[in-house]
Design a protein around this ligand. Sequence first.
Ligand SMILES: Nc1ncnc2c1ncn2[C@@H]1O[C@H](COP(=O)(O)OP(=O)(O)OP(=O)(O)O)[C@@H](O)[C@H]1O
Ligand SMILES: [Mg+2]
Length: 362
Amino acid sequence: MARIDLDLAHAYRANPERDEDYALLPLKMSFEDGGAYALLGPSGCGKTTLLNLVSGLVTPSQGSVSYDGRDVTRLSPQQRNIAQVFQFPVIYDTMTVAQNLAFPLRNRGVPADRIKQRVGHIAEMLDMSAQLDLRAAGLAADAKQKISLGRGLVREDVSAVLFDEPLTVIDPHLKWQLRRKLKQIHHELKLTLIYVTHDQVEALTFAQQVVVMTRGRAVQVGTASELFERPRHTFVGNFIGSPGMNFLSARGTGNGIQIGPHTLAAPSPALAAIDRFTLGVRPEYVQLAAAGSAGALPAVVTQAQDIGTYWLVTARIGTAADAPVLRARLGLDQDIPAVGDAVWLGVVGDHTCYYRNEELMA
Ligand SMILES: Nc1ncnc2c1ncn2[C@@H]1O[C@H](COP(=O)(O)OP(=O)(O)OP(=O)(O)O)[C@@H](O)[C@H]1O
Ligand SMILES: [Mg+2]
């Protein structure tokens, strides 16, 4: 296993000039030895590009990749000793499950008894022990994907195991099981794992550190709770959470902060001095408040949905056509307001974040 350091950028086209020409904008980050990471972001944000730069399938158009301090920028995935699992299973249909799992080991001359042991162990972890002698050709898509996962995990001597959306063709229940398995495998084998997904639940349950990406930029690397509590960029606030963070345009008035037609006491003098900024508050932290409470805004409820374990209440601040909307997650123990009700919603509190130019202010 290895610690992986990146200091690079990548453009697939020659002579990149504008930001849009880069699949990956200049990025400096490290994957710690033995860490479990997820690369999370919408389609086209650069997840596969980043993964392929780590493995060596793609060479960065500028900068370098190093493993344990050694420059590997020009080395192939084989030379870097990487196991990579792709979105669509790469397996040999004419071989049995056992032969498929053994392939990466046989290729490297591992002794037969050791191969048997490893294949048995991996098959057991993936609940495939009963299928070892079946030909891969006859198996369902999810079983093939499990073989593909197994082939990524069978070697013990790799620098890192990389997964590119490896569970896409698997049904939700099995997906959940496999994700738990992967987490367990990580725990047992202490592998450096990097896992690409566009599903936040998958990323947040699997990884210790999540790299959130948008349009070629890694905007934040953090734990689930860091991404939830202190999103460093409005994209993270919006992308993480269900639903995402509420954002309200605000301006400092010298002694207060103004949101729409309302002025609230400023949480800090520094904020009151900033002309324009954005207030961000997660629906979990928007509270029903008494009329006129400090840090609360008057609003009218436009929707109240019972989600089962909580209510999702949507309210509009003011009557203007473009009046801002706030969403609040309210517990079942509270008096849930009805559509049309006038309410006061607390938006300024310890969990509120403030942004300028999309970036969190310290
Ligand atoms: N081989 C390539 N040649 C040219 N452009 C590419 C190539 N591969 C990817 N791109 C472009 O680079 C950008 C990032 O693509 P990438 O495949 O890394 O995104 P992704 O986050 O993995 O997306 P998805 O979730 O759809 O797999 C996109 O604009 C894509 O069109
Ligand atoms: Mg991809």
